[in-house]
Design a protein around this ligand. Structure first.
Ligand SMILES: [Zn+2]
Length: 470
């Protein structure tokens, strides 16, 4: 059973609409839940964490990351999305064995926790066999992070003897749903990541129906480049399949009509500004999505090319959108997009997007103690000014001193607890070396551009003068 904790004397950013921030507040945690918040709580018999000079806030929530790709970190600093697809999805993914998926997922989940991410949507689309699925799940479970394990239905670029048909994948997801992931209150829960909807529609529909039969949240890559046919959102709407259980990732080329459809259905969007801006996936949809009334969240996506923490994502999201609006205005009289909106995207709105809004995403009595402690006494946060804005505009992952998931301290005083980081590193390095050797080395990675059309509809591959930049 989790210990009783009293967090004492911190600046508390609650991220909660009904609970104001506290310039100097205490938080009582019992059985993994926040049971009281206020000034100078008087409680006996609990462990006290003195936090003068520190800032406590809800744990961050990353709603889109391919955690298995962690061993590929840094390979794609200059990749476009076509380079990424050729290198990672076509070439490298089939070279990942279960032990490599495990090493990557564990290292990536720990990286996220270390950076203050207490909840993660792991878009796990490197599942070539049941053993791959088990390995990814095991990596998440070993890390102590809270996660939606979004089981990827994508078939990969090479045939899988374990999964000759899509139905074999559905059956494997059901195996997990009826076994280790049968609970919707576990620390790791099941979700489904759909194949990109550039396959026969009958299969896309079957994937959605499979997920709905399992009763789990669904996520999908959506409109990340211009395609020739109807959009994913249009197809889903035609069949009456839109719903609040859908989390659409990217939507950079979604028209305003599609955004209105998502808003009307109660679905959510995840923008991944760093990978979108780099790789040529259009302009992040954030400003348009918010104006359309869509719940909008942020993800790190791909550490093969970019960073794996959400402070950078918040800053990029905010300032790129402001930059675009300001450039249009000339000399703007006000900034429409507020820093505090970014914070909400990576906390409460992200929790709502994956059906966890009642249990996590903000600090209030009755919710899980998923929280982080930032060194607000560090030079880059001194003086603190407006605490909420400082989290978005001044903080970085190095300021994350302590992390608590469900009332369990998993990082304290700058160190992950109970984790042999050196051993995790070694496993990730071995995985990197092994997969690169299997594909014939770095020079072979970009050789398969010609095969991309076999797997994806790349449309005309070009934006019109306005699409994606609205
Ligand atoms: Zn992705």
């Amino acid at each position: 059973m989790a210990e009783r904790w009293l967090l004492q004397g911190a600046t508390v950013v609650t991220g909660d609409r009904e609970h104001e921030d506290l310039p100097c507040g205490d938080i009582l945690i019992e059985d993994g839940l926040i049971t009281a918040m206020g000034r100078e709580l008087r409680v006996e018999g609990c462990r006290v964490l003195p936090l003068a000079g520190k800032l406590v806030m809800p744990g961050l929530i990353d709603t889109h990351r391919h955690t298995w790709q962690t061993p590929l970190r840094g390979l794609g600093g200059d990749w476009t999305v076509l380079d990424y697809l050729a290198a990672v999805r076509v070439k490298l993914s089939p070279a990942f064995r279960p032990e490599d998926v495990h090493a990557g997922t564990l290292a990536g989940a720990l990286e996220a926790l270390d950076a203050g991410i207490t909840t993660l949507v792991d878009h796990a689309h490197c599942i070539a066999s049941p053993a791959h699925a088990d390995a990814a799940l095991q990596g998440l479970q070993e890390s102590d992070i809270q996660a939606l394990f979004a089981y990827g239905y994508a078939a990969g670029s090479e045939p899988s003897p374990s999964f000759p048909t899509p139905e074999h994948r559905f059956a494997d997801a059901r195996r997990l749903r009826e076994g280790p992931l049968s609970s919707d209150s576990g620390r790791v829960r099941l979700g489904i990541a759909l194949t990109e909807m550039q396959i026969p529609w009958e299969q896309s529909r079957a994937e959605v129906c499979s997920a709905r039969e399992l009763g789990v949240p669904i996520t999908l890559h959506c409109s990340a480049w211009p395609v020739t046919g109807p959009s994913e959102v249009e197809q889903l709407e035609r069949e009456g399949l839109l719903g609040p259980d859908l989390l659409f990732v990217h939507c950079t080329f979604s028209g305003d009509d599609d955004l209105a459809r998502i808003a009307g259905s109660g679905g959510s969007i995840c923008a991944t500004p760093e990978s979108e801006l780099q790789m040529g996936m259009g302009f992040p949809v954030i400003g348009r999505a918010l104006r359309a009334g869509v719940r909008t969240t942020l993800g790190c996506d791909v550490v093969a090319s970019n960073g794996g923490e959400l402070f950078t994502a918040m800053r990029l999201a905010l300032q790129s959108e402001r930059g675009r609006a300001n450039a249009r205005a000339g000399l703007p009289r006000r900034l429409d997009l507020k820093a505090g909106q970014m914070l909400r995207m990576v906390t409460q709105d992200a929790a709502d997007a994956i059906g966890l809004g009642a249990v996590t995403g903000s600090l209030r009595p009755g919710k899980q103690a998923d929280l982080i402690v930032l060194a607000a006494d560090a030079l880059n946060m001194t003086p603190l000014g407006h605490p909420r804005d400082a989290v978005v505009l001044q903080a970085h992952a190095g300021n994350v001193e302590s992390v608590m998931v469900r009332g369990e301290l998993v990082k304290h005083q700058g160190r992950l607890i109970g984790t042999d980081v050196a051993a995790v590193r070694q496993k990730a390095l071995r995985a990197r070396d092994a997969v690169l050797e299997r594909v014939g080395g770095l020079s072979a990675l970009l050789a398969d551009h010609a095969k991309l059309e076999e797997h994806w509809d790349l449309g005309n591959g070009r934006a019109s003068a306005t699409s994606g930049t609205r």
